[in-house]
Design a protein around this ligand. Structure first.
Ligand SMILES: [Zn+2]
Length: 338
């Protein structure tokens, strides 16, 4: 006993029994950007048993202002976020098992990764993935915690299957003005507030203190000093296809899977092959050398051609930077990758 968790155990709503529960729990964190990095660090320090961390991106210089697990070295090496996160989290608490997945989580991957998971943390940047998480959480009866932030604004809501409205019930009530961190910017206090709300709720769920869970949606603006909590009980829809009496889980249908996507307001298109392939990055590096400047690490390869920058992951997925045009991105993918 080294007293690592003693201050958390002294906090009476957790106590020694609560800490023992936390040590047995597994949490999936979807997204390893600002919110994911914050949640992952807090829950690793809190001493959960296992964290499953999933993200599709790599560390970029624009991330360092707010994504607390990453360093200049990670950005220089273009490490996938989950790889850089795992390195750092292992240094913080070696007792916690960190499982890192470099992937764009689709339905099939999600249903595999969910096994043995007690809680899902939303740290994504898009509603497609959140609605997938929402259906998954209801199908497998796993609590999940919604969180989002942009500018100085943030929002969070805790969803317990079988209790209260779900994200699908609330879709027309959640402000979605299309702003993203890449268009409206973001300041780190907004991230930290959302992370604080999400991880406080996470601790309540992990120690099974369901009576203390916040039933309301919380929204705030750290710059204009607004703070609002909205009751949502009346928003529950009895015929909701995700949480109603006869659920069909529409976002778990294969047709809902996205193969191409323009990423979060950026000049970037993601291309996902229909089937996962294993790409030999060393051979691909040789093949692409005549086409431009090529850089490679064990997880991804970057090709800088005259007009575009293309980043290829081992599973065949690619990010085409410098365009929002899906057709153009696809044609570049076929020209260089096959
Ligand atoms: Zn619902």
């Amino acid at each position: 006993m080294n007293g690592r968790y003693s201050r958390q155990e002294l906090f009476s709503p957790i106590g020694i029994d609560g800490q023992a529960k936390i040590r047995t729990k597994s949490v999936m964190i979807v997204g390893a950007g600002a919110l994911g990095a914050g949640s992952a660090e807090a829950l690793t320090r809190a001493g959960v048993k296992r964290i499953v961390l999933v993200d599709r991106d790599y560390v970029d210089w624009t991330n360092l202002q707010r994504q607390q697990l990453y360093s200049e070295e990670d950005a220089k090496r273009q490490l996938p976020k989950v790889v850089a996160a795992k390195n750092r989290l292992n240094q913080i608490n070696s007792e916690v098992e960190i499982q890192a997945y470099v992937m764009d989580m689709g339905i099939e991957e999600a249903e595999e990764l969910i096994s043995g998971i007690d809680l899902i943390m939303d740290a994504t940047d898009n509603f497609e993935t959140r609605l997938l998480i929402n259906d998954l959480a209801h199908k497998y009866e796993i609590p999940w915690i919604y969180g989002a932030c942009v500018g100085s604004y943030g929002i969070s809501y805790t969803i317990l299957p079988g209790d209260g409205p779900c994200l699908n019930c609330l879709l027309d009530k959640i402000p979605a003005n299309g702003q993203t961190c890449d268009t409206a910017g973001i300041i780190s206090p907004a991230v930290q507030m959302v992370t604080a709300y999400q991880t406080a709720e996470a601790l309540k769920i992990l120690v099974e203190d369901y009576a203390s869970i916040r039933k309301k949606i919380v929204t705030f603006d750290t710059w204009t000093n607004q703070h609002v909590q909205l009751g949502m009980e009346k928003a529950k829809k009895v015929d909701c296809p995700s949480c109603g009496a006869n659920p069909t889980y529409p976002y778990l249908e294969k047709s809902a899977a996205l193969k191409t996507a323009v990423l979060c307001g950026r000049d970037t298109v993601q291309i996902r092959p229909a089937h996962t392939v294993e790409i030999n990055l060393t051979e691909m590096e040789k093949r692409l050398l005549p086409h431009g400047e090529v850089r490679c690490n064990p997880y991804l390869l970057e090709l800088q051609s005259d007009s575009h920058r293309l980043v290829l992951f081992k599973d065949g997925r690619a990010l085409v930077h410098g365009t929002k045009n899906m057709a153009e991105a696809k044609s570049l993918y076929h020209r260089y990758i096959g």
